[in-house]
Design a binder for this molecule. Structure first.
Ligand code: ACO
Length: 334
């Protein structure tokens, strides 16, 4: 198996520190636990210095008028790719960040999508446009988006930096990063987490049911992480955010499943600590906000675009072309 570049430092960054041993995350000088409850706008401010995205949402909506009718019927991820790729350039950072909620609401409403309200915060306006706003939901989703806004040299951020290092446009770096995020080992896990919670309903022996999955060679989605050797701090922040939204039997069920999963994983891999990662409570939170699981990866991207964009600028400011080597192990010519 390849090294997956584990432990290789590819950049100095001021954007975040992921302390995998202690289970701590610092985002641009702020502890995750302090930043996350302040929400998406505050994360946009500390990572990019962006104050207000309302006008940018309106501009994106205007630019996408001919594309909006084509979006319904696509999955949200397909719609996002299509809408971003269709944005006529040059596209600045505010418009890139503002495009995500407009396009995702556009996948639902097509040409009928109302004009964004420049006076609202990004999350409130998104849930209004999408059609499921309430103060609890705005708070929960805003905390989620800030929580996932930035996280070290993960696969999609690395992808964004590779593209930035060639001198490409921001939008191209963001599209490439979105592709990297879509895989189940990165941002695509929360859908399968909900499947797991559903499939286990009615099981009397949770540990046995989970062990059977491991014995069949399956991975338990929402557990394990490349960097954290303890609980992912984002899991705790998101669990608290769900608890603050509403009293939820689903949350209590998730806690039971988590406990059983941690027990069987400790037996399964005693030499490698496999703990709860961000995706486990992401699934529970986004379901509580009312989203279908096809929206989960696009929503992750709606928060993470802040980190991608900040890394893009950092790479453009000081970085060199990223161009590693490979070792040839194929046949020699005759
Ligand atoms: N369930 C069961 N076994 C696991 C799990 C899991 N969730 N995670 C890792 N393992 C096992 C692997 O099978 C492997 O065993 P082996 O050495 O016998 O082959 C060992 O632990 C190490 O696994 P790697 O894949 O080498 O570890 P890596 O650091 O690359 O994995 C990853 C991190 C991809 C997240 C992994 O833990 C996983 O697949 N988790 C499930 C998917 C998931 O939750 N993804 C979301 C991650 S969070 C995020 O990206 C935002």
């Amino acid at each position: 198996m390849g090294s997956g570049l584990e432990g290789i430092v590819v950049a100095d960054t001021t954007l975040s520190r992921v302390d995998g041993a202690a289970g701590k995350l610092v985002i641009a000088g702020h502890h995750l636990e302090e930043l996350a409850p302040q929400g998406f706008e505050q994360a946009a401010q500390v990572l990019l210095g962006l104050a207000g995205l309302g006008e940018a949402r309106v501009r994106v909506w205007q630019k996408l008028q001919s594309v909006l009718p084509l979006l319904p019927g696509r999955t949200p991820l397909e719609g996002l790719r299509m809408g971003l790729a269709a944005l006529p350039g040059p596209i600045g950072e505010a418009e890139v960040v503002a495009a995500f909620p407009v396009i995702l609401a556009g996948v639902r409403h097509g040409a009928a999508l109302p004009r964004p309200d420049a006076n609202l915060g990004q999350v409130e306006d998104f849930l209004r446009l999408y059609g499921q706003s309430s103060p609890d939901r705005v708070r929960g989703l805003s905390t989620y988006l800030a929580t996932v806004s930035e996280h070290g040299m993960n696969a999609s951020t690395f992808t964004a930096r590779v593209v930035a290092s060639t001198g490409a446009e921001l939008l191209d770096a963001v599209l490439a990063a979105l592709g990297a995020l879509s895989g189940p080992l990165h941002g695509g896990a929360p859908g399968p987490v909900l499947d797991l919670l559903d499939e286990l309903e009615g099981e009397s022996d949770l540990e046995a049911a989970l062990q059977a999955r491991l014995d069949a060679g399956q991975r338990l989605m929402g557990f394990g992480h490349r960097v954290y050797r303890t609980r992912d701090p984002r899991a705790s922040v998101l669990k608290k955010a769900v608890a603050q939204m509403a009293d939820s039997p689903r949350l209590r069920w998730a806690e039971k499943v988590e406990k059983a999963a941690l027990t069987v994983l400790a037996r399964h891999k005693p030499e490698r600590r496999l703990e709860t990662n961000v995706e486990f409570y992401t699934a529970v939170l986004l379901e509580a906000v009312g989203f279908e699981c096809t929206m989960f990866t696009p929503l992750f991207a709606t928060g993470r675009v802040l980190g991608w964009t900040a890394h893009y600028h950092e790479q453009r400011r000081g970085g060199r072309l990223i161009r590693p080597d490979s070792r040839y192990v194929g046949p020699e010519p005759e």
